[in-house]
Design a protein around this ligand. Structure first.
Ligand code: AMP
Ligand code: ZN
Length: 113
């Protein structure tokens, strides 16, 4: 198994989880882009949102994003982002949602170069 997020989710790479249930784990991004920046990751290897077909897993991921936002205290607002594929700028090919907040976040998109 070479996938870094599979290793984190399985416990092979010791990581502090800010949330975990049967289907999902959440942990802090190593290169945070905001005061609070947590990744919500399914335990099962799903490459990106393009491949996500299981509605129960989709619900678990979205519910975990909400739970993380609440536990991080993001009552002033937050953003949930997933990058998918080459055009989406996805770097880690294991589905993950970025939950970011703790400060004003600015415009959602920067124009393509
Ligand atoms: P992306 O695939 O573009 O949505 O982004 C992948 C994110 O994963 C980046 O924000 C990285 O900083 C983050 N990341 C990569 N490896 C790790 C790791 N071992 N632990 C925590 N975050 C990571
Ligand atoms: Zn994986």
């Amino acid at each position: 198994m070479t996938c870094v997020f599979c290793k984190i989710a399985s416990g092979e790479l010791p990581t502090d989880f800010v949330f975990a249930d049967d289907l999902v784990v959440a942990f802090r991004d190593i290169r945070p882009q905001a005061e609070s920046h947590v990744l919500v990751v399914p335990k099962a290897h799903v490459e990106s949102l393009w491949e996500l077909e299981d509605p129960a897993l989709a619900g678990a991921i979205l519910g975990a994003c909400a739970a993380v936002a609440r536990s991080e205290g993001l009552s002033e607002g937050f953003r949930v982002i997933t990058n998918a594929g080459a055009h989406g700028g996805q770097e880690v090919p294991h589905l993950h949602m970025h939950v970011v907040g703790g400060q004003p976040l600015g415009p959602m998109l920067t124009p393509p170069a």
